[in-house]
Each structure stands twice: as structure tokens, then as C-alpha cells.
Design a protein around this ligand. Structure first.
Ligand code: HEC
Length: 224
């Protein structure tokens, strides 16, 4: 059985009532001790549920798990397709493709993505953008930005790049020259190495299963 929030909540309440009822047998319900038992048992059960959920989530968030791929995913084509069973868009990991002209080993990919994450943190991209649900909506959501069709259709020819990764790297180093929206991104003095690493992070992030968020990315004409 799949345990959702509803099953877990009902299970916790039933368990609290059953265990408390065993302890309060024979006690008068007007006795404050009667209710103290419910409070203590309820708190202990909720603490255990939170403990379980925390470790379950940590397992699902770790690199190489079902939802968060290994950083070597940058060596593969990443897509975003509707899953009729889950009724949401999910990332698809396709055939191999070179990333900045080569195949990255696991160590190299981890280093690249870690550097990308640090570069993103050092410039506070979240002041304007959202990444994995955190940040602001002054500028487009970056969670699935790698999959934005605009890189191929508009930015690649605009910056004169051969590949999508090169196009994004050039764009984020010089956003003031290639403004495409009503709002402009400032030049954050990102060097070539950092730009490459940021693009690696963006590609990796787009392959994370985020339960279909943001919805319909790249499939509708709505701006994100
Ligand atoms: C001061 C606000 C601001 C900050 C900080 C900022 N950006 Fe932006 N960014 C923007 C705006 C505005 C746009 C839309 C510009 C456009 O389309 O012409 C944008 C667009 C983008 C896009 C294109 C997204 C898409 O799919 O259309 C990427 C990628 C991007 N930014 C990456 C970054 C990264 C990486 C950082 C941090 C290193 C960063 N931005 C920091 C304002 C910001």
C-alpha cells in the first residue's frame, strides 16, 4: 500500500486513541490525568511519525535515489513528459549526449555541480529566481530552465552558439546584451568556469523529479 499523508494521519490518530484508551481504563474522564495520557501518547506518536518522515525524505533526496539522479545525468538528454499514471510531468532521462563536448566522469560531474551550486549561492540568484521551490518570482523559475525551448529557438542563434549548454553559458555571462523579457537580469560578473558549472547545475536540477513542479514547463506559452 502506498502511504500518503491521509493514511499516515488517520493511522496516527487511531493509534493514539487505541493506546491512550488502554492506559486510561478505569479513569474518570473528568480527571485531568485522563487527558494528559492522550496528550503524552499523541506527542510521542507524532514525534515518531516525524522521525520516520524525516529519514524517509532524506533517503529520497540523496544523490542517485529514485527522484534525484546522480550528477552523471548531465551526460544524458533530459526531457519533461506527462506521466498519465501520476498525472504530472516527470523528467525523462534519455540517450547519452556530450555536455560541453565531453562525457563527464562521476567525480568530474560532482565537482562541476558543486561548483555550480556555490556560484549560484555566491550571487544569491534566489533573490530574483526560484530553484526547487525556494526563492523569488521576480524572474523565471530556474528549476526546469534547462528545458526551456527558448534556448534552442531564440538564444542559440542570438549568441551564436553551437550547443544549448554553450548558449546558456554565454547568456548568463552577458545577460544585459541578450535581454529577452520585460525585466533585465544584471551582469553578475560570472566567469566562464562558473558559467559552465552553473549550466551543469541547471541541467542536473531539471532531471530531479519535483512532483511535476513547475507544471507544464515549456509546454505552454505562459511565462514562468
Ligand atoms: C536582480 C535579479 C536577478 C538575479 C540576482 C539573477 N537573475 Fe537571472 N534573470 C533575471 C531576469 C529579470 C531574467 C529574465 C531576463 C530575460 O528574459 O531577458 C533572468 C533570466 C535568467 C535565466 C533565463 C531563464 C529562462 O528560462 O528564461 C537564467 C538561466 C538565469 N536568469 C540564471 C541566473 C543565475 C544562474 C543567477 C545567479 C548566478 C541569476 N540568474 C541571478 C534576474 C536576475
Amino acid at each position: 500500500m502506498k502511504l500518503g499523508w491521509l493514511e499516515i494521519t488517520i493511522f496516527s490518530i487511531v493509534l493514539t486513541v487505541v493506546i491512550s484508551a488502554l492506559f486510561v481504563r478505569g479513569k474518570d474522564w473528568l480527571d485531568p490525568g485522563f487527558w494528559a495520557v492522550f496528550a503524552i501518547v499523541g506527542s510521542l506518536i507524532m514525534f515518531s511519525v516525524l522521525w520516520f518522515l524525516t529519514f524517509d525524505t532524506l533517503k529520497k533526496m540523496s544523490l542517485g535515489s529514485k527522484r534525484v539522479p546522480s550528477p552523471t545525468v548531465i551526460n544524458h538528454r533530459v526531457g519533461y513528459e506527462f506521466d498519465p499514471e501520476r498525472k504530472i510531468y516527470v523528467p525523462t532521462i534519455g540517450e547519452e549526449e556530450p555536455f560541453f563536448g565531453k562525457k563527464w566522469s562521476e567525480d568530474e560531474a560532482i565537482q562541476l555541480i558543486t561548483k555550480g551550486k556555490l556560484a549560484i549561492q555566491s550571487r544569491n540568484c534566489m533573490d530574483c529566481h526560484t530553484l526547487l521551490g525556494n526563492g523569488a518570482y521576480f524572474a523565471p523559475d530556474l528549476t526546469k530552465s534547462w528545458l526551456d525551448p527558448k534556448w534552442e529557438t531564440m538564444i542559440k542563434p542570438m549568441v551564436g552558439a553551437q550547443t544549448k549548454e554553450e548558449a546558456i553559458a554565454k547568456w548568463i555571462q552577458n545577460p544585459q546584451y541578450y535581454a529577452t523579457w520585460q525585466r533585465r537580469m544584471p551582469n553578475l560578473k560570472i566567469n566562464e568556469e562558473e558559467a559552465k558549472a552553473i549550466v551543469g547545475y541547471l541541467k542536473f536540477m531539471s532531471a530531479i523529479d519535483t512532483n511535476g513542479f513547475p507544471d507544464h514547463f515549456g509546454k505552454s506559452s505562459l511565462a514562468y
